[in-house]
Design a protein around this ligand. Structure first.
Ligand code: LRH
Ligand code: MN
Ligand code: MN
Length: 427
């Protein structure tokens, strides 16, 4: 469906007077603290977060999946949904495809359709964690790390095919999430698994176009429950360093054991110039699909503190980052969920931008832990939502995207177009 922009203007008009009061009050506080509100607004507006093609339908768990109404039935409809999100918040100007879940059969038509919504294509994702109906070799016992060369070759070729699809779409990165691992002690030799994987990824790396990156994602467990080849950031970094300049680490927030200090991992990757990007989500236990910022918003802020500090430090030489959401929940409306996730990411970014950095550095130099905490939490406890709303309004988006989505009955319209029980492809 194509959104009538005049409806957004009406919504913004109706909410203008309250927004103005909030924005003016916040601007006064921030200016008083020495911040340049205009520059912050520009940074917030420029920050774009890619949407994964597999998050536009309701996710599921291995115990079941409940159909959402009006889910996109094709890649074209997924692109329309991302276009809708982008029109609502002007913050998601690209889509990330998972192949073969979303194969662009006519890449030219697909890129044109995306461009009509002002969208491009972010990293393309390969999938060697499932068997497809038409494939010869099975990934039951692994793919890039498999003991059998024929299986490895098939998985390597799949990744190369994914790169080719990405080239057709104008993507600039391949994300490899390798699920390979073992379920029982003694099942495999750790070192040989690593070596076979390295050899496989080296062959994929050799096929990367000059201006491409390969993002090496890690995950401690699931689907395998005893060992995973690329289980942690150290292993990801090890692979990246052995592969070369184009290989960078990908931090999926849900891929850490409880209480891991993710912000320190981010700092380490940055320090090495090896941070490639993020898959944003949140988690309480061992899950990786909850709405960003729904469980640990302070952790998200601390991650952005490292990013803002690192990316503005002259000694850090890190390539541009790839920002993406990777969350697909079972009960929420996926579009509302994505709007909330984007908002949470931008809130954390805005809060990190208003940390009094010179004062923090002074407190650190003087070992003043109390003052350092005061400075950090002064930023974190500032309600920056009016800044985000203002940035959206200036970009022609909605002051309150979720409220607008509900007022305009967008889901109801999608249900009437696509049916009450449509299933999007994905996990
Ligand atoms: C694995 C993962 C990886 C996959 C996606 C569907 O848990 O985070 O990024 O590609 O989920
Ligand atoms: Mn992920
Ligand atoms: Mn995941």
């Amino acid at each position: 469906m194509i959104l009538d922009k005049s409806l957004i203007e009406q919504h913004n008009q109706a909410n203008q007077s309250l927004h103005k009061k909030k924005f003016e009050a916040l601007s006064a506080v921030l200016s008083g603290e020495g911040h340049d509100v205009k520059t912050i607004l520009e940074k917030i507006a420029a920050f774009q977060i890619a949407i994964p093609s597999w998050a536009l339908g309701t996710g599921g768990t291995r115990f079941g999946r409940f159909a959402g109404g009006g889910e996109p039935r094709s890649l074209e409809e997924k692109i329309e949904d991302v276009g809708l999100l982008h029109a609502l918040n002007q913050s998601s100007n690209s889509i990330s495809l998972h192949i073969p879940w979303d194969i662009p059969k006519d890449p030219k038509a697909i890129t044109q359709l995306a461009a009509s919504f002002e969208l491009g294509f972010d990293a393309v994702n390969s999938n060697t964690f499932q068997d497809q109906a038409d494939q010869k070799e099975s990934y039951k016992f692994g793919s890039l790390s498999h003991t059998d060369k024929a299986v490895r070759d098939q998985a390597i070729q799949h990744n190369i095919d994914v790169i080719r699809h990405g080239v057709d779409l104008g993507s600039k990165a391949l994300t490899i999430w390798l699920s390979d691992g073992t379920d029982f002690p003694g099942q495999q030799n750790f070192r040989r698994m690593f070596e076979r994987t390295l050899d496989s990824i080296q062959q994929i790396y050799a096929e990367l176009p000059a201006d491409w990156k390969v993002l090496v994602e890690y995950k401690p467990y699931e689907p395998h429950f005893y060992s995973t080849v690329i289980a942690d950031w150290g292993t990801s970094l090890l692979f990246c360093n052995k592969l070369g300049e184009k290989a960078v680490g990908l931090v999926d927030l849900g891929h850490h054991l409880p209480n891991t200090n993710i912000e320190q991992i981010v700092s380490r990757f940055l320090m090495e110039g090896k941070l490639g990007g993020f898959h944003f989500n949140d988690s309480k236990y061992g899950d990786d699909d909850l709405t960003v910022g729904s469980i640990k918003p302070y952790q998200l802020f601390l991650i952005f503190n490292e990013l803002v500090e690192g990316m503005s430090s002259p000694e850090i030489k890190n390539p541009e980052l790839s920002w993406m959401i990777d969350a697909s929940h079972n009960i929420k409306d996926p579009l509302e969920d994505l709007l909330q996730s984007v908002e949470a990411i931008k809130i954390a970014y805005a809060q990190a931008l208003i940390i009094d950095r010179p004062a923090l550095e002074k407190a650190q130099a003087e070992n003043d832990a109390t003052l350092a905490q005061e400075i950090m939490q002064n930023a974190y406890r500032t309600d920056v939502r009016a800044l985000l709303a203002e940035a959206r309004q200036q970009a022609g988006a909605a002051l309150n995207p979720v409220a607008f989505y509900r007022e305009s009955k967008i889901r109801e319209q999608l249900v009437s177009q696509r049916g009450a029980k449509s299933f999007a492809t994905g996990l």
